[in-house]
Design a protein around this ligand. Structure first.
Ligand code: BES
Ligand code: MN
Ligand code: ZN
Length: 518
């Protein structure tokens, strides 16, 4: 997957010199500088704009630009400076109470990510740009800030348009927008930008998997794309239906049994820390969810091509972790199936035996994700004895009712793991909200005919789904993230304009970075 922008870091004066040289050679550039409250600027920016200060003051007054974060001022063909276009991007946050309540570090990293996204949006396809990455209030770690800025730009510039055959707007240029970032510390910034590039590729990989239609992205095609992580040193194993049957994965296999496409279980292994117990990520990968015999209504059923967003996030996370050669052992398991109605499809009332030995009465064939995850969880816990397991799944519509699209739902049997995830959520902006669990909820999935049933009735739908999963994890520290609200159909933001958001990739990468690296 190629990224739509190219970022390079050089020292402030080199950036300024390159802007001047390009301009003199007749290659127009956009010069980007940051402006705070009342147009406050940092020294590097002020020096560059000295020749145009009068024009800037007048333009800002005319446009009522005051440096507010989220706003920008564009001046075309400014006199007295070496750029054809000057873009002042506002960074003043105004210090309202919501900001003050945020932990300092988190607020900052968020801020540069958004700033990168906003800048990329303003640049559009306009060609080359020079960004003077100097802020009125110097951040504690400017190099990390430059990395986040580039990451925000890349994520904003991502578009899923390979199925549009019509020629694009003539004004759009071919190839990536090239951005030269002037910084105080080019060596450290270059490292941060390279790392951000790996993370951007990982998020973009997950987004594309979510956006792909199900006639293209079958379980086999998903498995093939995940196998490409081998190039980064990830060990890849693909279990087919025969192998899964031998393991007794009847819960997972029952879901795929009405589909022409063969179900697959993909195991991705990154070994960066000798023989330490691994952390495991398990993703729901229902490439299309019709509901099966308990078929869904037609309205918006097309969205169910995204019912593999959990598996996509796990794939992206392993990409990120391997690309930066993390000193950690991480396992990703993808349960890949298609849920279709058919003469051979599973029926309501069917009883299946899971790999764990526990039996399940399938009340509703549309509660299929938990059936897939049950066997995937058993497999990874039995085989790898992980120190912690986190599963990600577009599991319930009920989580959208509870949280909307702002937070992912967090369910766990372990306070420490919950806190680690919540913290990673705050620092990446992929926020989590923890739900209660307990025996009273667990009772709701007891079955008359089997050990349990796969639905718990109308109340607390996201919690009963989590209780179901908990029956397959034993004492292993486990967390379940219900991402039905955040993984797809995402509202546009500074850093995402795509239907598939790639939600969870940055979160899992951050979780590993902060807690599981040697
Ligand atoms: N994939 C759906 C959940 C979903 C809904 C994801 C909306 C994204 C957007 C899941 O398989 C499902 O159908 N869940 C049912 C469970 C019910 C039958 C107990 C649901 O939420 O209605
Ligand atoms: Mn379903
Ligand atoms: Zn589903």
């Amino acid at each position: 997957m190629t990224l739509n922008m190219k970022f390079d870091a050089v020292a402030f004066d080199a950036a300024a010199a390159r802007a001047r040289a390009a301009e003199e050679a007749g290659r127009p550039r956009t010069l980007v500088v940051f402006a705070g409250k009342e147009l406050a600027m940092a020294d590097a920016a002020k020096a560059l704009l000295a020749g145009a200060s009068e024009q800037i003051t007048r333009a800002a007054a005319a446009a009522r630009f005051k440096g507010k974060a989220g706003s920008a001022l564009e001046i075309l063909a400014p006199a007295g400076i070496a750029a054809s276009r000057l873009l002042l991007v506002g960074v003043a946050t105004g210090g309202d109470e919501a900001d003050a309540a945020k932990p300092e570090a988190a607020a900052k990293s968020d801020e540069f990510l958004s700033l990168g996204g906003q800048t990329a949006a303003r640049l559009g396809q306009a060609g080359e740009a020079v960004v003077i990455f100097d802020l009125p209030e110097r951040p504690a770690d400017p190099a990390a800030g430059a990395g986040q800025f580039a990451l925000g730009g890349w994520l904003r510039a991502y578009k899923f348009d390979q199925y549009k055959t019509k020629k694009k707007d003539d004004s759009e240029r071919e190839g990536p927008v090239e951005v030269l970032i002037g910084v105080s510390d080019p060596a450290a910034s270059s490292v941060a930008i390279d790392e951000a590039g790996h993370l951007a590729e990982a998020v973009v990989l997950a987004r594309t998997l979510v956006n792909e239609p199900a006639n293209v992205l079958s379980p086999a095609e998903f498995a093939r794309r995940a196998s490409e992580l081998m190039k980064l040193g990830v060990e890849v194993e693909i279990l087919d239906e025969k192998m899964m049957a031998e393991l007794g994965m009847r819960a997972l296999l029952g879901v795929g049994q009405g589909s022409e496409a063969e179900s697959k279980l993909v195991v991705l292994r990154w070994n960066g820390d000798g023989d330490a117990a691994p952390v495991a990520f398990v993703g729901k990968g229902v490439v299309f969810d019709t509901g099966g015999i308990s078929i869904k209504p037609a309205a918006s059923m097309e969205d169910m091509k995204g019912d593999m967003a959990g598996a996509a996030a796990v794939t992206g996370a392993l990409h990120a972790i391997a690309a930066r050669k993390a000193k950690a052992n991480v396992i990703g398991v993808l349960g890949l199936v298609e849920n279709m109605p058919d003469g051979r499809a599973q029926r309501p009332g069917d009883i299946v035996k899971s790999m764990s030995g526990q039996t399940i009465e399938v009340i509703n064939t549309d509660a299929e994700g938990r059936l897939v995850l049950a066997d995937a969880l058993t497999y990874v816990i039995d085989k790898y004895k992980p120190a912690a397991v986190v599963d990600l799944a577009t599991l319930t519509g009920a989580i959208l009712v509870a949280l909307g699209q702002e937070y992912g739902g967090l369910f766990s049997n372990n306070d420490e793991l919950s806190e680690r995830l919540t913290k990673a959520g705050v620092s990446t902006g992929e926020k989590l909200w923890r739900f209660p669990m307990g025996p009273a909820y667990d009772k709701l999935i007891d079955s008359k005919f089997a050990d349990m049933k796969n639905t718990g009735g109308r109340h607390a739908g996201s919690i009963t789904a989590a209780q179901f999963l908990q029956r397959f994890v034993g004492k292993t520290p486990w967390a379940h993230l219900d991402i039905a609200g955040t993984g797809m159909g995402s509202p546009s933001s500074d850093i995402n304009q795509s239907w598939g958001s790639g939600w969870g990739v940055r979160l899992l990468d951050r979780l590993v970075r902060d807690n599981y690296e040697a």
